[in-house]
Design a protein around this ligand. Sequence first.
Ligand code: HEC
Ligand code: HEC
Length: 319
Amino acid sequence: MLTWIMWPLETPAPPAPPVVPTIERPGEPVQPLPHTTPDNPRKVALGRRLFNEPRLSGDDTLSCASCHDLKGGGADPRPQSAGFGGKAVPLNAPTVFNSRFNHRQYWDARAGNLAGQTISTVMNPEVMGASWPAVIGKLEDDAGYRREFAALYPGEGIDATTVADAIAAYEDTLTTPDSPFDRWLRGETGALTEEARRGYRRFKELGCIACHQGVNLGGNMMAGLGVMGDFFADRGRTPAEADLGRFNVTKRAEDRHLFKVPGLRNVARTAPYFHDGSVATLEDAVDLMARYQLGATLAPGDRKSIVAFLKSLDGSLPE
Ligand code: HEC
Ligand code: HEC
């Protein structure tokens, strides 16, 4: 039997970001994305350069931006990214937009925060295939980086922690506020179409909200994929190691196929869907969720309304 796990897991989640969302519609289980201003623009600029820096990979070909398309949804439009040496990474790349509001990072929630995510992904032989000493050596050879790190991290300079800190500062700015849904949450009654408002109501009534909740409509708990049916048997492809989800971290039987509930912001821009990238359209993702997570078959009208609601979660992309 698959379980749900509410946060915190065994490791405490990082402290909440220092921003207070305004809630104009009290009692809603979703909060609008707050407007934030970076407190250190110079660090953000350094982080942005590092996010786009191929020297963070073992063979100088891949940057973070290679798999997280910031002009699209911040995710990878390919079901599986091409990782180090061109080999397919076994999981679909989630979006980096609004990732600061997730309580933990990765499908199996193994990283406690954004800096920890960067430290592990650079060394991951399937993803960037680098070693930190080699990366630091390459950045040390660049006078521009030496100057910026010396100014921003006096006494520390360039190391895994400071590189990851600068990238996390940049990622903190990758938020997408002011979606029609957020404007509606803040009280702008005309911001949502009637169809989308109906979709939000059905999203709550059907119980999607039990898992997709909070600022990101997800990212704050884990759930088994296939609570009400065997997704993996029906998918037809032999389950791979990556399909085991949280089990790969804990080795506990009850954690098999447990995944971090993904946030749904900008979800219309982040196809394909699910941890395995196996679902091509939002309509199919909604149907499969109803079937496997809630044991429900959606009426066509419900699917259409819920998709309209999900499309209303498109916010303004950072420039
Ligand atoms: C080769 C493609 C690739 C590259 C390069 C890459 N990523 Fe990812 N990223 C992924 C995949 C795939 C996942 C999901 C992996 C998992 O869950 O185990 C992921 C997950 C993430 C997450 C977690 C999001 C969430 O909701 O859990 C963040 C944040 C992230 N990447 C940021 C970065 C940063 C920063 C870099 C550069 C240091 C980077 N990525 C480089 C493919 C890539
Ligand atoms: C029991 C918890 C739970 C419920 C209830 C639930 N979801 Fe999900 N949802 C998840 C999990 C876990 C995933 C990730 C599954 C995976 O990747 O394998 C997910 C994934 C999704 C995705 C794909 C997101 C992406 O980026 O890949 C969409 C869209 C979605 N859910 C919408 C819905 C809708 C609509 C409903 C209600 C009809 C719903 N969910 C009900 C837990 C839930």
